[in-house]
Design a protein around this ligand. Structure first.
Ligand code: NOJ
Length: 589
């Protein structure tokens, strides 16, 4: 549906006088600090470890680094439970280490974006410590406190103020004996939700954001930012899982979320010179909502992370595994590309610290690992939007072989296992789901070389390194021109050099085809064609429009050797991907 408009009005602008916003041609690389590089042998990655690898990222060619949280934290949810917004967790280093990293990143002409986790704090944050100290403490209202359900004794089953199910199992409410009330926590009980209705909360957060920008950071990735506004009536949800109800209609994309984001933009970014990036994590976001969140005229965020494509292989919950169908993926991406063609901007991702490894999920992590990892990278990076690479994705890192529940570290997986087994599910069945979808798949250490612990640490890693680091590692891939790493580098370079990759319009082809993912990008007289065989069987793409002309076009990028002249030129080997380029006559009018 994108038609053939490629006018300048469709490109988010960097400011009233400026050209396209800088991040339209940028590639972002996410670092999960615990698992990236350990400089001091304590088994946990740290800031000096990252600083030592900035050159690796510059060689790859990325423009922006997003750091998952490095703030002081009890680490109940691996740092997404923050007890001090203006410091550095000692295990990761010091503020001086942070400044040194920032300087090293800027010296390479890259930018650094922090994780902003302001839907909730840690229960050990001084704000919450004060809030829970008495019902009349001035910070009581900074969090969501409610009395037990009418007629029930606090702490008794069913006394929770609502029936909502937490993302990390059990109720979203924890009873606090000292004051006889419950507090809300959509995630763990150690992550109480902040009450954004209170203007003092909002001002404290904006002041903290300004403090980091003053220090030199270049923006924020905003954790579950579309959960900050709740319906203050806090109604029960429809019961969906045993005794629990779905509270999401009351906290996803809530009544004041746009107002808050616009206020944040005004208070933090609007009058500040510089080039920033803001990306909101928004589970349950539709295309229509994304147009509101990312329309530059509205002043909310630059782009959002939507979740539709990472929910195509699940049923009612993420643990309810379903086969994935290529046509659903095409329908989803096609809808997002079309929906944000004239307003707003897409972020593009397969992986992050919450998702299983894409080559194991949508590719083939066995015999076709390299081919399928490069195909998936090609597809993602050739869409319109800002691509995000999660550490190790550029190596084609795979899911990990978890033998049993003791191998998992993540609170979400551990709690789900306990809850599901207590409810009667067979442990092996629960483990099957954890192995496929568990977040620890993304969190095993970065595989730097084939040596002990993959070169991640000289100590005992906090979670074991995937044994396949002997074959899959950065040292080997940087040395091998046919590697996944080199393919990602070419993709990044293509985005930097070919404007049609950045701004070209998007047209999906063959939406029903069961093996082939094909689309064009067009900017003025330049047209690109992406052809990918998302399967382990040979496929024929000669049904695409204008096939005869495309056969003769220049191949800009491929993940396979030149086609055998004995075969049709549009026949694709298993997991083969090609990007073609041609110039075409520009339509008049
Ligand atoms: C989303 C983050 O990506 C995830 O890792 C975290 O557990 C939750 N938000 C809670 O902060």
């Amino acid at each position: 549906m994108s038609g053939r408009q490629t006018s300048d009005e469709m490109v988010p602008r960097g400011g009233p006088e400026a050209g396209p916003a800088w991040w339209t041609s940028a590639v972002v690389y996410q670092i999960y600090p615990r698992s990236f590089a350990d400089s001091d042998g304590d088994g946990i990655g740290d800031l000096p470890g990252i600083t030592a690898r900035v050159g690796y990222l510059a060689d790859l060619g990325v423009d922006v680094i997003w750091l998952s949280p490095v703030y002081p934290s009890p680490q109940d949810d691996a740092g997404y439970d923050i007890s001090d917004y203006q410091g550095i967790e000692p295990v990761f280093g010091t503020l001086a280490d942070f400044d040194a990293l920032l300087e090293a990143v800027h010296a390479r002409d890259m930018k650094l974006v922090l994780d902003l986790v302001v839907n909730h704090t840690s229960d050990e944050h001084p704000w919450f410590v004060e809030s829970r100290s008495s019902t009349d403490n001035p910070k009581r209202d900074w969090y969501w406190w409610r009395p037990p359900r009418h007629g029930k004794a606090g702490g008794a089953p069913g006394a929770e103020p609502t029936n909502w199910h937490s993302f990390f199992s059990g109720s979203t409410w924890a009873f606090d004996e000292a004051t006889g009330e419950y507090y809300l926590h959509l995630f763990s009980p150690k992550q109480p939700d902040l009450n954004w209705e209170n203007p003092q909360v909002r001002e404290a957060i904006y002041a903290m954001m300004r403090w980091w920008l003053d220090r030199g950071v270049d923006g924020f990735r905003m954790d579950v930012i579309n959960m900050i506004s709740k319906d203050p009536a806090l109604p029960d949800g429809v019961v969906d899982q045993g005794r629990w109800g779905d509270g999401s209609p009351s906290y996803l994309n809530g009544p004041r979320v746009h107002e808050y984001l616009q206020e944040m933009h005004r208070e933090v970014f609007a009058d500040r010179p510089g080039q920033f990036l803001t990306v909101g994590e928004t589970p349950g976001c539709t295309v229509e909502l994304a147009r509101l969140y990312t329309d530059p005229v509205r002043g909310e965020v630059d782009m959002v992370f939507q979740f539709e494509h990472v929910q195509l292989d699940r049923g009612r919950s993420k643990w309810d595994l379903r086969p994935f169908r290529l046509r659903d993926l095409k329908a989803t991406f096609g809808r997002w590309q079309a929906g944000l063609a004239d307003v707003g901007w897409n972020s593009l991702y397969w992986n992050n610290h919450d998702q299983p490894r894409v080559v194991s999920r949508f590719g083939d992590d066995g015999v076709h690992r390299v081919r399928s990892a490069t195909l998936l990278g090609t597809l993602l990076h050739l869409h319109r939007g800002t691509p995000y690479i999660y550490q190790g994705e550029e190596l084609g890192m795979t899911n990990a072989p978890f033998a049993g529940i003791d191998d998992f570290r993540d609170i979400e997986s551990i709690n789900h296992y306990a809850e599901a087994v207590a409810a009667g599910q067979a442990p092996e069945q629960v483990l099957t789901a954890l192995r496929a979808m568990g977040r620890d798949n993304a969190r095993t250490p970065m595989q730097w070389d084939s040596g002990p612990h993959g070169g991640f640490t000289t100590g005992d890693p906090w979670i074991p390194v995937n044994p396949n680091h002997r074959e899959i590692n950065a040292a080997a891939e940087v040395a091998d021109p046919e590697s996944v790493w080199h393919h990602y580098r070419s993709l990044i370079r293509l985005r930097h050099t070919e404007p049609a990759v950045v701004h070209g319009d998007f047209t999906m082809l063959l939406p029903e085809h069961e093996q082939i993912y094909a689309f064009t990008r067009r900017l003025g007289a330049v047209e690109l064609l992406v052809l990918a065989n998302v399967s382990g069987r040979t496929a024929m793409a000669d049904q695409i429009p204008d096939a005869a002309a495309w056969e003769r076009a220049e191949v800009l990028l491929t993940n396979a050797p030149a086609p055998d002249p004995a075969h049709h030129r549009l026949s694709l080997q298993p997991w083969e991907a090609r990007v073609y380029r041609r110039t075409v006559a520009v339509d008049e009018g």
